[in-house]
Ligand binder design. Structure first.
Ligand SMILES: [Zn+2]
Length: 234
């Protein structure tokens, strides 16, 4: 085999390995990443990505109110700008808010300045909306490679991913009870659950929320925000 073919094969293998690493929920090259916490206490965090949207924010806030739990919302800067009141409503209800970038692009092969701009704009919008807590970051599509973790590490920002993601493993048409069954089976003390409820297409995920809360409460779980979960790690 010629040297060039060997070298191309090597480059390809490295490329595939980096691609896999970039979407690994438990690994990044620099900085602090949390996909769940080690604890013996039956605590769990429910997290919602994307939005806020005018269409669905009210509905999820009402479900969380009725369930008497606090959740964590990873919001997109551009959507915050378009839906300031919805953002304020989430904050006023006492839920945690995190940064999910400004334009929701895959943060791989992006410059350091691009990453900095995306995160800083969104953090400012969250603060301007009245949020007082520490702001964690969740990468769009869970993707990160070099520049993003490097920026997060330099700025002491914690990356929060998840360890329970029903929507990824179930069929697109999975029912609300399929989704809640999956979550209940896969949740452990210290788990972080990821759901998307901000768009019309995710009606079954929205409908799964009260089922998930009830079934996990029945099993003795207590729902906390991601910051509280981090605080409770053993
Ligand atoms: Zn997202």
């Amino acid at each position: 085999m010629s040297k060039i073919i060997k070298l191309s094969a090597l480059v390809l293998i490295i490329f595939i390995a980096l691609w896999q690493l970039s979407k690994n929920e438990k690994f990044q090259f620099f900085g602090n990443l949390i996909d769940r916490v080690e604890t013996t206490e039956k605590v769990v965090a429910l997290t919602f990505d994307d939005g806020p949207t005018r269409l669905k924010t009210k509905e999820i806030l009402q479900i969380l109110d009725e369930s008497e739990i606090k959740a964590t919302f990873y919001l997109v800067g551009k959507a915050i700008e378009e839906n300031i009141q919805e953002t304020k409503n989430i904050i006023d209800k006492g839920h945690e808010v995190g940064n999910h970038s400004y334009t929701h692009q895959r943060m791989v092969l992006k410059s350091y300045n691009f990453v900095a701009d995306e995160l800083e704009k969104t953090n400012e919008l969250i603060t301007e909306a009245g949020y007082k807590g520490e702001i964690h970051f969740r990468p769009p599509y869970g993707k990160k490679l070099f520049s993003l973790p490097y920026y997060l590490n330099n700025n002491n920002i914690t990356t929060v991913t998840w360890d329970v993601e029903p929507e990824t493993y179930l069929d697109k048409n999975a029912s609300a009870s399929d989704i809640s069954d999956y979550v209940v089976q896969n949740t452990k003390p210290g788990s972080i659950i990821l759901l998307h409820v901000m768009f019309k297409s995710r009606g079954n995920s929205m409908a799964a929320v009260p089922l998930i809360v009830q079934q996990l409460k029945d099993k003795g779980y207590r729902f906390v925000t991601v910051s509280e979960l981090i605080g409770s790690s053993a």
